[in-house]
Write a protein that binds this ligand. Structure first.
Ligand code: ADE
Length: 230
């Protein structure tokens, strides 16, 4: 998979991909992440990338020209499956969307700033708009990092134990059950007997019932298909 991230603040993305699972995915050649500075494509004298909004109002808007030139250049080099704009008014990200995106070959992530991008960018280039939650960040960069992390870890070969991504919270619309490791007793705090029983069927049954219990308590909306987002 190849991911191109378009941003005005490339330094914000220095850290998130340089460690752990994302670092390994890139080292193994499973995933390429390319970060592009939108400002480099501005033809304005001062390399300006924003301007006042027509009709007045507070806040600057990112101009279409540098974004058009950058996206057009990338599209001339390869076909993209999705061109995604990170924005608080997009569809809310969930595990299902991550699963779908993890199967794509090439995607572009466009990070907005200020009041966002000129609407014509969204109308003419963007194929999908994603929000990572109902709150407003200062820009799309951290949201892009969240999307990249959530999808790259799902690509086969990225995680050491491939089955572990399948047992994450949300993979079957359930929150994950509790987990324990050694020691079995710590300061008098024990663990559920069933986990020491060696009876695989009973352990699976316990995990499922704990997952359902936790989901019912914390996220009943996940158990109600009519209430689901996406
Ligand atoms: N940009 C600003 N806030 C955002 C959010 N919640 N999700 C995605 N992109 C954003």
């Amino acid at each position: 998979m190849r991911i191109d991230i378009l941003t005005l603040l490339p330094r914000l993305l220095d850290g998130p991909f340089a460690d752990s699972i994302l670092e390994r995915a890139q080292e193994r050649g499973i995933c390429e992440i390319h970060i592009h500075n939108i400002r480099d494509y501005s033809t304005a004298k001062q390399k300006q990338t924003d301007d006042y909004q027509f009709g007045g109002g507070a806040g600057m808007v990112m101009t279409i020209q540098p974004i058009d030139d950058l996206i057009t250049k990338l599209k001339s080099e390869r076909a993209y499956d999705e061109i995604i704009y990170l924005t608080p008014d997009g569809e809310r990200l969930n595990q299902r969307t991550c699963n779908t995106l993890s199967l794509k070959e090439n995607i572009i992530l466009l990070c907005g700033h200020y009041k966002g991008v000129d609407q014509r960018v969204r109308d003419h280039f963007i194929t999908r708009e994603i929000s990572i939650g109902d709150y407003v960040l200062s820009g799309g960069e951290l949201a892009a990092a969240v999307v990249v992390d959530a999808i790259v870890r799902l690509i086969p070969g990225v995680m050491n134990d491939e089955t572990s991504a399948l047992t994450d919270s949300f993979q079957d619309d359930l929150l994950a059950p509790p987990v324990y490791t050694r020691p079995a007793e710590y300061k008098g705090w024990g663990i559920p007997d069933v986990l020491l029983s060696g009876h695989f069927g009973k352990i699976e049954e316990w995990r499922m019932s704990e997952a359902i219990k936790k989901t019912r308590e914390r996220r009943p909306d996940l158990l109600d298909p009519s209430d689901r987002n996406g």
